[in-house]
Design a protein. Structure first.
Ligand code: HEM
Ligand code: HEM
Ligand SMILES: [Fe+2]
Lengths: 141, 453
């Protein structure tokens, strides 16, 4: 039977081995993968401003983006393609808060520049290669 | 209880219970909002509620882990805690940071990254706080005469919990890179180092409750945490399928995350085997129930329900839907909430001297909360699967399909009521224990006579 010492070796050895592989893959992902998949060279000041606003307002607390976030409001990865910039901008400062089908969004008070930033961020995200996510519905006409 | 200083654990357990209660309140707010009743929107918009719900969860679990460490480490090391005043300072500062974060969410102060919503300045305070905690624990171990595997696994787990918080504190301009490292925190916590903490507490409880030889238990502890890292490190890839990183993560993440349930299966088999092997005369039946249910429900929630959506072909459709919430609830409940409730059930009689081991309230609390949570999981599953079909297969608009699934949230609320009743009863028992006191001091294992070794 396995002794305690062997069990310890299994733990330490396995952990070390898989950590090394994980770090290797991480480096490859950051160095080769990210530039290829994400338009790393198109991150403008606007996109960065948009992402700051995205974070500091906790948009992910209702929406998902790249499938990550909460499930109260629509997935926004492809929203630029789906709705276009004007529709997106109209939702932010809507008096009383945007309210599609009676589900409520927070009423914001963004400047024009901030709106541009958020749109730029959403457009940038929409151009990321996400390995086929979100899936195309089977029966959509 | 063998050492006076173990009593500090009580503060952390009490904070745990308080924050757990609050967490549930915010769960109800969100459940009602999903059902279409969002009357609180102006006061607590959904994004404030969700940040509060998730962060209170993390904070009460961490508080429970810290309490567990303050109770277990002196016992295992056979010495008083290095410093009680330091532990108290650490306790109050921890509680204050938690309260400030929660208030901040209500006035729109966020970092807005799922599970890491606590703003950056507070992150630094959390980090300092945890370092103080770790110093206290590690110095206690060095001061002690005994160095058990159990206490080292628990402590190593807690050290890695702190280290892994750091990758979540760096700003990246690229959202994909941000997400990549956010998972180093979230995934490598719950499917990595938190399992060390859980394994350590579980091993301690099994040693105490079943009386099986420590060497045997600790050997299996190594096997379990070995399986955890063997699968869980590369298993991180199951969060990298669709975030703008290379396709090899689909294969690596798929294979290794599919192996992750093995660690949870091993934990279940281990707990049941030790229970059968040991003598069953330990009077604290409630602690035993919670210990065994931890192992079993963690396997169901994390292992099986995790496996259900971890393969890339399935995850493409379930990713970012309520199916994830189904798994998230039972996994957190089974693995981490339950282990905290187990160690509290074990430690309270020993700290207070009141023998609430086997009362009706305790059993009712156990069954109602577990059945309630399983029913909640079923409601989330129904909602999630319907969502996937309506939105991802037939292509209905998000909001149109949300209205279709509202009835499942009515069921969720019913189940959550059952669950909350159970939790409330648990807390009634917790309060009935009263405060810890020095009369409860004994010369060591109170149930020595029952131990087989
Ligand atoms: C009365 C009890 C509870 C209710 C009604 C409730 C309800 C909810 C709701 C509606 C969500 C939001 C889903 C969304 O993003 O739209 C949520 C999220 C979450 N809750 Fe609860 N909850 C309760 C208790 C708990 C407990 C006890 C735990 C942990 C043990 C927990 C862990 C979580 C987690 C981890 C999430 C995030 C899930 C995800 O985004 O995938 N909840 N909860
Ligand atoms: C106790 C351990 C576990 C806990 C507490 C847990 C909790 C969670 C939570 C809260 C999420 C949502 C994360 C987010 O969207 O931000 C999640 C996602 C996920 N979990 Fe787990 N989990 C555990 C173990 C596992 C295991 C063992 C597996 C695999 C077999 C697994 C598979 C998944 C998958 C595939 C997702 C991604 C869902 C998606 O976004 O598409 N989990 N888990
Ligand atoms: Fe994961």
């Amino acid at each position: 039977m396995l002794s305690k010492k062997q069990a310890k070796l299994f733990f330490l050895g396995g952990t070390f081995f898989f950590l090394i592989i994980f770090f290797g893959l991480t480096i490859d992902t950051l160095v080769n993968g990210v530039p290829q998949y994400t338009n790393d060279d198109k991150i403008t000041e606007d996109v960065i401003l948009g992402r700051h606003l995205w974070d500091s307002n906790n948009c992910m607390g209702c929406h998902t983006i790249m499938g990550e976030g909460a499930y109260y409001a629509p997935e926004l990865t492809k929203v630029y393609e789906r709705r276009g910039p004007d529709y997106i901008k109209a939702t932010f400062n809507f008096p009383g808060g945007w309210r599609p089908h009676n589900r409520r969004m927070v009423e914001y008070n963004f400047t024009d520049q901030e709106k541009e930033g958020l749109v730029a961020f959403l457009q940038w995200i929409g151009e990321t290669d996400l390995n086929g996510f979100p899936p195309k519905p089977k029966y959509k006409n | 209880m063998k050492f006076k200083s173990q009593k500090v654990a009580y503060y952390f357990f009490a904070l745990s219970m308080l924050l757990f209660t609050l967490q549930i309140v915010y769960g109800f707010i969100m459940g009602f909002a999903h059902m279409g009743f969002d009357g609180l929107h102006d006061l607590v918009p959904f994004n404030a509620a969700t940040a509060t719900h998730k962060n209170l969860l993390v904070v009460w679990l961490l508080s429970g882990f810290m309490g567990a460490a303050y109770y277990i480490i002196p016992d295992e090391s056979d010495t008083e805690l290095f410093s009680v005043p330091l532990a108290l300072v650490q306790f109050y500062s921890f509680a204050i940071v938690g309260v400030v974060a929660v208030i901040g969410f209500h006035i729109g102060w966020f970092e807005g990254r799922k599970f890491l919503e606590i703003p950056r300045p507070l992150d630094y305070l959390v980090a300092i706080n945890v370092i103080v905690f770790l110093i206290n624990i590690v110095l206690t171990i060095f001061k002690g005469k005994k160095h058990s595997t159990t206490s080292w696994v628990l402590t190593a787990g807690l050290i890695f919990v702190a280290l892994l918080y750091l990758p979540g504190m760096v700003w990246f301009d690229n959202h994909t890179v941000d997400s990549f490292f956010r998972w180093w925190v979230v995934h490598l916590w719950v499917e990595g180092v938190w399992e060390l903490v859980m394994g350590g507490i579980l091993a301690y409880l099994l040693i105490k409750l079943t009386g099986v030889d420590r060497e045997v238990i600790e050997k299996w502890l190594y096997v379990i945490i070995g399986l955890t890292f063997l699968s869980g490190i590369l298993g991180t890839g199951h969060h990298y399928y669709f975030i703008g990183v290379p396709k090899y993560w689909l294969i690596i993440g798929g294979i290794f995350s599919a192996l992750e349930p093995l660690a949870f299966l091993a934990m279940t088999l281990f707990a049941i085997k030790m229970y059968n092997k040991g003598n069953k005369k330990h009077p604290n039946k409630l602690a035993l129930y919670w210990t065994l249910s931890t192992a079993i429900v963690a396997f169901l929630g994390a292992g099986l329900l995790g496996l259900a959506h971890t393969l890339p072909g399935v995850n493409l459709y379930t990713h970012g839907t309520l199916v994830t919430a189904m798994h998230g609830h039972l996994a957190f409940w089974g693995a981490y909430a339950s282990i905290v409730l187990a160690i509290i059930s074990y430690a309270m009689p020993l700290m207070t001297g009141r023998k609430i081991f086997d009362n009706n309230i305790g059993h009712l609390a156990f069954w109602l909360s577990n059945i309630g949570m399983i029913a909640m999981t079923a409601a989330f599953a129904a909602a999630g699967i319907a969502q996937v079909y309506l939105e991802r297969i037939t292509g209905l608009d998000f909001m149109v399909s949300q209205i279709e699934i509202q009835p499942h949230f009515f069921v969720l609320i019913l189940a959550a009521t059952l669950f909350s009743t159970g939790v409330a009863l648990y807390i009634v028992n917790f309060i009935k224990f009263g405060l810890p006191n020095d009369e409860a001091l004994t010369d060591g294992e109170e149930f020595k006579a029952l131990q087989t070794n």
